[in-house]
Design a binder for this molecule. Sequence first.
Ligand SMILES: C[S@@+](CC[C@H](N)C(=O)[O-])C[C@H]1O[C@@H](n2cnc3c(N)ncnc32)[C@H](O)[C@@H]1O
Length: 237
Amino acid sequence: MRRNDPRQYDELSAEWWRPDGTFAMLHWLARARAGLIGAAPRPGALLVDVGCGGGLLAPHLSGFTHLGVDLGATGLRLAAAHGVVPVRGDAARLPLRDECADVVAAGEILEHVPDWRAAVAESCRVLRPGGLFVADTLADTWISRTLTVHIAERVPGAAPKGMHDPALYVPPRALAAECARHGVRVSLRGLRPRFGPLVRWLTRSRRRTVTRDGDAEVMVPMRSVSVLYQAWGRKSG
Ligand SMILES: C[S@@+](CC[C@H](N)C(=O)[O-])C[C@H]1O[C@@H](n2cnc3c(N)ncnc32)[C@H](O)[C@@H]1O
């Protein structure tokens, strides 16, 4: 399979809901993303989860109608089993009407689409004025490419081979500029895993990692946005 082939997620579908598995970091990131989202502004407020995968954001949300859009049928089935309203679709052409969403979450998706600018434009289009956009993604820098592809893919079990195409990584300032062009002024901050949980996970004391770190925030903010970073802000108007 070529790099970033979405069919990889079907092959790895058993991993989605294993917090000690290959997708452990997605669990950690979902928790960190939810920290920026907070509680629903009103009961049933609509949160659109772009590239929702297996729906890992679901357990961390409260009060939202959680609608997930993804290309992958397998991930969507798992997401639905966790309370997500599944919608098959492309992040670059969301099958949703303008300004329907109170929150748009784009977690670990922008670095997987051929045209991240189109995915941002679509995310901003479906967001209502005053609504919140929250994204996390990988930066288009040599250190990010080195860590996430050249190193992580060589550490057994750390990252599935070919999961990322570094040519698709997203420059932080360009992301902020693109959001601003669509009426969303974002703040940026870097994220990194805490050392202890990362080492426990990498050294395969994974059961211990889950037991000890399962309820704790594993990802912590940092100033540098040169590897993994979050972008969040509200739509004007
Ligand atoms: C790294 S996973 C992130 C899943 C989820 N957001 C999370 O953080 O757990 C990337 C997801 O994006 C989906 N995906 C890739 N390209 C897509 C596209 N063009 N439109 C919608 N979903 C896409 C994949 O099927 C996969 O479920």
